[in-house]
Design a protein around this ligand. Structure first.
Ligand code: ZN
Length: 312
């Protein structure tokens, strides 16, 4: 207990060998922004892409899980796409109000970030968030941040997903396929439960590991960042040529590993990153087709996964 990390057993449903919790953080990411600001005011083209992801999932009887930055739910903003996502049976939860890290020192800021997001979800969508995705991801999660854990619990969350530990290089990233065996779920001393991000994020993969031309990325960001991308656009100009093939290969290998070792795998992706790097939506169908060929593999949401954890 003193380490703020009590392991929790994941009990998958009867007959399920492996569960893949597919989550998408709906950021207009700062790394793509001309002004360097990350926010939740989703551009129309990205709303369409999110609904396309939902349609792909529905073809496979799968529900997706979106974590929304809730400043995109202010009264001036259109939330019809989020209402549609909920109505179509997918899960939606909080990614804070304005993408502040959960391990922030100022607890008043943290409380505002969570409370205002909850208010907007209730007012605009009649929706209650129960699982919280932490912006950015932190090595060690919230261990040693007891007061932050308390603020999160007091805002109605029992589950948080914010730990992210991967430190890989372009030469070593395939070693990260064993993440689901190492980044396991646990309870903090406060009783808050952590479901870590268990594989490389798409942002980390495409925009760091596969980046071979930082100047091209900077130029793209100034010209096209947070703006509608032209139809028929070529691949993002800063990644190596085969980045998307490698991303799909990495994720299928992680799925194989999780299946072999009978694990829960929590993946954290971003619709915007996939719009930029996978405009024709190849990754999600590839993973869902892999899963649908195996009748003991389920693709689920993080809310589903939370139900399979022993109570802390
Ligand atoms: Zn985020």
């Amino acid at each position: 207990m003193s380490h703020d990390r009590t392991p929790i057993t994941v009990t998958l449903p009867e007959g399920v060998r492996c569960a893949i919790a597919l989550t998408y953080d709906t950021d207009m990411a700062a790394g793509y922004a001309p002004d360097g600001i990350c926010h939740g005011r989703t551009m129309p083209q990205l709303k369409d892409y999110m609904l396309r992801l939902c349609a792909t999932a529905e073809e496979h009887c799968v529900r997706l899980h979106f974590f929304q930055i809730c400043n995109g739910l202010e009264p001036t903003e259109d939330v019809g796409y989020l209402r549609e996502i909920i109505d179509r049976g997918h899960d939606l939860d909080s990614h804070t109000y304005s993408h502040q890290p959960l391990n922030i020192d100022d607890l008043d800021v943290l409380d505002f970030e969570l409370r205002r997001a909850n208010e907007l979800l209730a007012e605009r969508l009649g929706h209650t968030s129960t699982v919280l995705r932490g912006p950015g991801g932190y090595a060690g999660g919230l261990r040693g941040h007891a007061a932050n854990q308390r603020v999160i619990l007091d805002n109605g969350f029992r589950w948080v997903s914010c730990e992210y530990n991967f430190r890989v290089t372009p030469a070593s990233y395939m070693e990260a396929i064993s993440g689901p065996a190492q980044e396991v779920c646990y309870a903090y001393n406060s009783g808050l439960v952590e479901l870590p991000i268990m594989s490389l994020t798409d942002r980390n993969f495409f925009d760091s590991l596969m980046c071979v031309d930082r100047a091209a990325c900077d130029a793209w960001r100034q010209e096209l960042g947070h703006r509608a991308l032209p139809d028929g656009r070529a691949k993002a100009p800063w990644t190596r040529e085969d980045a998307l093939e490698r991303w799909i290969e990495y994720n299928l290998a992680t799925a194989e590993f999780a299946c072999e070792h009978r694990l829960l795998w929590v993946a954290a992706w971003h619709p915007y990153t996939h719009l930029v790097h996978d405009p024709h939506n190849r990754t999600l169908p590839a993973l869902l087709e892999w899963a649908s060929e195996r009748d003991d593999v389920v693709v689920c949401t993080l809310r589903d996964a939370a139900q399979w954890l022993e109570p802390a």
